[in-house]
Structure formats: C-alpha cells, structure tokens
Design a binder for this molecule. Structure first.
Ligand code: 5GP
Ligand code: ZN
Length: 113
C-alpha cells in the first residue's frame, strides 16, 4: 500500500487534476486519456482491485457507479453515451492495484462485449 500511486494521489504526494471528491471517493483525469473524457474514480480506502471487494463494500461500489453517472452528466457525455470500466487482474490489463473505475466518453468505442 505504501507504494500505491493512487494512495499517493489521495494523500496529495502525486499531483492530479481533481474532478470530484467526497468522503468516500476521489475522481480525477487519467494521465494518459484513452478518450476525450477519461476520468478515474477511486475509493478513498485502499482495495487492490475488485477481487478484494466484499459485502461490506456494497454501498461503496454503488456509490462509485452513481458518482460515475453524475460525473457523466456534469461532463456532458450522458446523452452521447459513456463506458464505465473496471479492469481486474493481469488478463484484463490492470496496471494500478488500487481499485478504480474508468469513465470514458466523447467518442465511439469499438465493442469488446
Ligand atoms: P488500469 O490499466 O489499471 O485499469 O488503469 C490505470 C490507469 O491509471 C491508466 O489509464 C493510467 O493512464 C492511469 N494512471 C497511471 N498513473 C497515473 C498517474 O500518476 N496519474 C493519473 N492521473 N493517472 C494515472
Ligand atoms: Zn492505494
């Protein structure tokens, strides 16, 4: 956890462009955007990824999704459409092991699913 870059962002040790913050989550622009709108939403507690989430994180997970919905509206991508993506583990391409959800929009995406 000490080496977690997203914990460092939460602590202000690594700068980030904040989009939103409340008592449970922090949202900021991805450093390497994959779409015109690319925001990361992270919990303020350190969970390495979705595999670490349990029943006790149910409300937090719901809050993250509703935060994504709210930010999509505020960032003007609600009507055009957006994706909310969580990568879990190596095969999914997870590179930062602090659970996060990508909010992507402003573009048309080639469908994987
Ligand atoms: P993953 O591939 O783990 O699902 O996504 C990690 C994301 O974090 C990537 O899209 C990457 O660009 C972003 N990222 C990695 N390091 C930093 C950083 O220091 N600042 C910001 N804003 N984004 C980062
Ligand atoms: Zn962390």
């Amino acid at each position: 956890m000490n080496d977690c870059i997203f914990c460092k962002i939460l602590q202000g040790e690594i700068p980030s462009k904040k989009v939103y913050e409340d008592e449970l989550v922090y949202a900021f622009y991805d450093i390497a955007p994959a779409a015109p709108v690319h925001v990361l939403i992270i919990p303020k507690i350190h969970l390495a990824g979705m595999n670490e989430a349990t029943e006790e994180h149910k409300a937090l997970l719901g809050h993250i999704l509703l935060t994504a919905q709210k930010l999509a509206d505020e960032l003007g991508i609600s009507k055009s459409g957006y994706r909310i993506i969580n990568n879990c583990g190596e095969n999914a391409g997870q590179t930062v092991f602090h659970m996060h959800f990508h909010l992507l929009g402003g573009d048309t995406f080639t469908s994987l699913v």
